[in-house]
Design a protein around this ligand. Structure first.
Ligand code: F6R
Length: 606
């Protein structure tokens, strides 16, 4: 995961930048670099591999500037070489970046037509050239940056310095975190407070869409419309990352808001953004020959597997068998020769999942795992590991790990589909494009939480809540119900919308809220029919959908509006309203959101 630091210091800052980058090493990286402004000129040092390589280069060829930025780059697409390492620069600006610039291809083409040449394969370099182009047209650095930011689509954090400006640094945040550190006559930027811990404990977290203009004397914050805004500073807990909730009241909320960033990281691990196709690691199996995929997991991770079943069947045309691990481990299920068994686990330690893994291994299956903790037992006992790059998840209720599992599994389905020839290169590009747009849509969705807070007043009084969905919205409905019951203790169930009339509809009356997860896709009309059956019986509907009210055509108590996205990626985006409904209901009720009663983060017993 990329890490960003920036310092406007009193003395040369290169060594301090490297020290700060060391504190971001936990995020993982494979190249690093720093740039400073020295005598009005920008200069940089970059190195492949560990930070000691960068430190060695700096000791041979020091940088003496007092204004500087640094970066650790985590291999995304393209080689992790010096050429692709950050900072990227022109004669006028130097930039470090974390996240995805979704529209970098379009920007690159436009700039190339204007005669700009590029020296890396990265999306980041377009930011440096965009700002430079504005400056060549006469804009000052702040105006040029404001204009350039307005053209970027995606989820990102940026730190920028300028030739000729020794007392200026600009930071920007859209979906990836960025913290400003306030020192005595010095100012700092960092991906998180831990990077800045030795310098200062006075921190201001940028809000979504914010950018900040730093001088040694202070910081000026602007919102996405360029308006000056006030942002409060806080005293960060000295012990750093693991206990730091940032600006958030709970770890769960922090982790919900981290999703645009961690999804970007996870996607870039499995996607070649430049070519617009999946770039999957060699799993040691011929994906074209996989006869069946057996999936097993527990709880939320199982529901991620259920979404994957829809994707694998539809896009890769591969049969899928799936069961919760506590059942599959004892079923003595027969396994096909050459089959693949896939295990999904945040912790990588869940006892039932591990036992099922061992059973499948004994049955001669090729074992793959999607895990968040790479050193875990499940990872170690797998033939190949597909890591989710969610970072540590502290809240007991899984949020960002779930959506990262989905992102990984979506790429896995495309990798098999491509190998089997069930998706064309054009289709692959379309689906990859849809995936890369997810972080931006998540940012948009997370901007407006008031409707969820309002809904919480009503939901908190319910004794039971039903969740309905069809297709991939069905597992998402089940995930919504699971989230609500585990943190608010309200009884909730997720059903396939079409199953209602076979029993659960008897539960409906005006006291039972029914959350209907209904993306405007090819199953929408069917879900609406089921919703009308509920409404006709006095059911109170909470509609979670991108469809217009006219299209819905029946009375709903609340409509939680979701950005319109490609049907392939709806599970990733619709997971967020499920999390927010549960979170705001639970906080309104005053339950222990991060550590709900009776639950453990890692279930290492049967
Ligand atoms: C629910 C939740 C649990 C876990 C389950 C599996 O919010 O977090 O249902 O998903 O206990 O845990 P892992 O993914 O660690 O195997």
């Amino acid at each position: 995961m990329c890490g960003i630091v920036g310092i406007l210091g009193e003395k040369p800052v290169a060594n301090e930048l490297v020290d700060a980058l060391r504190r971001l090493e936990y995020r993982g990286y494979d190249s690093a670099g720093v740039a400073t402004v020295e005598n009005g000129h920008l200069d940089r040092r970059r190195a492949e591999g560990k930070l000691r390589n960068l430190a060695e280069r700096l000791s041979r060829q020091p940088l003496k500037g007092r204004a500087g930025i640094g970066h650790t780059r985590w291999a995304t697409h393209g080689a992790p070489n010096e050429q692709n390492a950050h900072p990227h620069m022109t004669d006028k600006v130097s930039v470090v970046h974390n996240g995805i610039i979704e529209n970098f291809r379009e920007i690159k083409e436009t700039l190339a037509r204007e005669g700009v040449t590029f020296s890396s394969e990265t999306d980041t370099e377009v930011v440096a050239h965009l700002i430079t182009a504005e400056m060549r047209r006469g804009a000052d650095p702040v105006t040029a940056t404001g204009k350039a930011l307005g053209q970027l689509k995606g989820a990102f954090a940026l730190a920028i310095i300028f030739a000729g400006y020794d007392d200026l640094m600009i930071g920007a945040r859209e979906g990836s975190p960025l913290a400003v550190g306030h020192g005595e006559g010095e100012m700092y930027l960092g991906s998180d407070a831990i990077a800045l811990a030795p310098f200062t404990d006075r921190i201001t977290y940028l809000e979504e869409g914010d950018w900040v203009i730093l001088h040694r004397g202070g910081a000026e914050f602007r919102d996405r419309n360029g308006r000056k805004v006030e942002r409060k500073s806080i005293t960060s807990s000295a012990s750093g990352f693991l206990v730091d909730k940032g600006n958030h009241k709970h770890f769960m909320l922090k982790e919900i808001h981290e999703q645009p960033e961690v999804i970007s990281h996870t996607l870039t691990n499995y996607i070649d953004l430049v070519a617009g196709k999946v770039a999957f690691p060699d799993l040691g199996i011929d994906l074209a020959q996989v006869p069946r995929v057996t999936i097993s997991a527990c709880g939320t991770a199982y529901l991620a597997g259920l979404v994957a079943k829809y994707w694998l069947e539809r896009y890769a045309r591969v049969p899928v068998e799936i069961d919760v691990a506590s059942e599959m481990r004892y079923r003595e299920a027969p396994m096909p020769a050459g089959g693949v068994a896939l295990f999904i686990s945040q912790s990588g330690e869940t006892a039932d999942t591990l036992a099922t893994l061992r059973y499948c291994k004994a049955q001669g299956q090729r074992i793959l795992s999607v895990v968040n903790v790479r050193t875990s037992t499940i990872a170690r006992e797998s033939h190949a590991v597909l890591p989710t790059l969610a970072g540590p998840e502290i809240g007991v209720a899984s949020t960002k790990a779930f959506t990262c599992q989905l992102a990984t599994l979506a790429c896995f389905a495309l990798a098999i589909g491509r190998a089997k020839g069930t998706i064309t290169p054009e289709k692959e590009r379309e689906l990859i494009q849809a995936l890369t747009e997810v972080p931006r849509h998540m940012v948009g969705l997370l901007r407006e939480e008031q409707p969820y807070e309002d809904l919480a007043h009503w939901l908190s009084k319910a004794r039971d809540v039903l969740y309905l969905g069809r297709g991939t919205a069905f597992p998402i409905a089940m995930e919504g119900a699971l989230k609500l019951k585990e943190i608010s203790y309200i009884h909730a169930e997720g059903y396939a919308a079409g199953e209602m009339k076979h029993g659960p509809i008897a539960l409906i009356d005006e006291n039972v809220p029914v959350v209907v997860v209904a993306p405007d896709d090819d199953l929408f009309e069917k879900t609406v029919s089921n919703m009308q059956e509920v409404a006709a019986r006095g059911g109170q509907i909470v509609l979670v959908s991108d469809a217009s009210s006219e299209k819905v055509g029946c009375r709903v108590a609340t409509h939680l509006s979701v950005p319109s996205v490609h049907p392939f990626v709806t599970p990733l985006v619709y997971a967020l309203p499920m999390q927010l409904i549960a979170y705001h209901t639970a906080t309104f009720m005053g339950t222990d959101v991060d550590q709900p009663r009776n639950l453990a983060k890692s279930v290492t017993v049967e």
